[in-house]
Design a protein around this ligand. Structure first.
Ligand SMILES: Cc1cc2nc3c(=O)[nH]c(=O)nc-3n(C[C@H](O)[C@H](O)[C@H](O)COP(=O)(O)OP(=O)(O)OC[C@H]3O[C@@H](n4cnc5c(N)ncnc54)[C@H](O)[C@@H]3O)c2cc1C
Length: 346
């Protein structure tokens, strides 16, 4: 277990933003993770669990407590059953399963961060979410002081949400178990229109898993959604806002604000309609690359707020507030941030 005092956090986030941690503990085994959590809890010390820092906006003042960096390793594949240690790099784990010809997480290629964070916001992309292949999550339950195994149903997964996100102080994910599919090297059905078009198939058809992964990586790169240290468009936390899910009343009100434009609309849960945050942002006047300061929209995607190299968290938050207010004024829709904020309010 490595312990550093007054440790910079910005280099540990993909936005490269945020002040220092009073203490940074790096844990390489589950036992070290649990020991570090217990020590912080026993001392009533604020605790921030850190994976790859790709979904975090940390305030400029940093974190006055212990940041626990999860650096555990473990990739155990038995037939179609996969168990990943929380610290495994997610994108590498996807590559290994695709190399084995297995389906289930192939469309989630290229997503930065750790395996342990994937259940937290039910990571998803291109028509696939981890909730469809996760069978169990092994976690340390801070309120019970013991390790627990949560079934898929107990994780309360929904769109970019879960029990872990709803109750962030309670669980530290140690291991994630998946049931993958052996379809003779074929993928799960292609669900996303853009991927289907690129692959030259109809939605619902299957392709080779390796082709699915390659397509996703190419499409993601074109949007600045694959990390590249040399490309400031990827100095982001990915999509900054979730796609709004509108109740029937909210959707009816939204339609009156469109002035003849057609907004993307997809069926959501309970009669709700999901629309596109990227479309709203663009149509509210914030095009790709919007902004003149050190924090701007990505030049490749309106949904990513980026650090052009010398931004502060305050710069990024000011941009986020401006965009959220602009979308509210234009469409009456309240955008909700996807990344977790620490020591900063939007
Ligand atoms: C370029 C880019 C593209 C992205 N594309 C996508 C995408 O397509 N789809 C998508 O869903 N997300 C996407 N993201 C967001 C991000 O990659 C995912 O949310 C990822 O799962 C975060 O993992 P992490 O390890 O970096 O988490 P961190 O940023 O370190 O942490 C995020 C949250 O999870 C908590 N956490 C982390 N590890 C654990 C653990 N072991 N136990 C309990 N809590 C934990 C943290 O405390 C924090 O609250 C993207 C981000 C970037 C930068």
């Amino acid at each position: 277990m490595q312990v550093l005092e007054d440790a910079p956090l910005a280099p540990l986030t993909t936005l490269r933003l945020g002040g220092p941690a009073r203490r940074l503990v790096t844990a390489g085994t589950d036992a070290e993770v649990i020991a570090a959590v217990r020590a912080a809890d026993d001392a009533a010390e604020p605790l921030l669990v850190l994976g790859g820092g790709s979904n975090l906006v940390i305030g400029d003042a940093g974190f006055d407590g212990t940041v626990l960096r999860i650096a555990t390793t473990g990739f155990e594949l038995d037939g179609t059953t996969l168990e990943l240690a929380a610290g495994e790099i997610w994108a590498d784990a996807v590559t290994r399963t695709v190399d084995e010809g297995l389906a289930g997480i192939e469309f989630l290629a290229g997503i930065p961060g750790s395996a342990g964070a994937t259940p937290v916001q039910n990571v998803g992309a291109y028509g696939q979410e981890v909730s469809s292949s996760i069978t169990e999550v092994v976690a340390y339950d801070r309120s019970a002081g013991e390790t627990v195994v949560l079934s898929n149903a107990e994780c309360d997964f929904s769109y970019r949400h879960s029990r872990f996100k709803a109750d962030p102080e309670r669980y530290v994910v140690l291991r994630v178990r998946f049931a993958l599919e052996d379809n003779g090297g074929r993928s799960t059905p292609v669900r996303y229109a853009e991927t289907a078009r690129y692959l030259g198939v109809e939605p619902g058809e299957r392709v080779e898993v390796a082709a699915a992964r390659e397509a996703v990586l190419l499409l993601r790169s074109g949007k600045g959604m694959v990390l590249d240290p040399a490309d400031h468009d990827t100095w982001s936390a990915g999509s900054f806002f979730t796609n709004p899910i509108l109740t029937p009343d909210q959707y009816a009100a939204f339609l009156t604000r469109l002035d003849g434009r057609t907004a993307p609309a997809y069926p959501g849960p309970d009669g709700c309609t999901k629309t596109s945050a990227a479309w709203l942002i663009d149509q509210a006047g914030f095009g790709k690359g919007y902004g003149t300061g050190p924090a701007t929209l990505s030049t490749k995607h309106t949904l990513a707020l980026t650090n052009r190299g010398n931004a502060t968290t305050a710069d990024l938050v000011a941009l986020a507030r401006e965009i959220r207010a602009g979308v509210r004024a234009a469409f009456g829709v309240e955008l909700v941030n996807e990344p977790v904020t620490v020591g900063v309010d939007l």
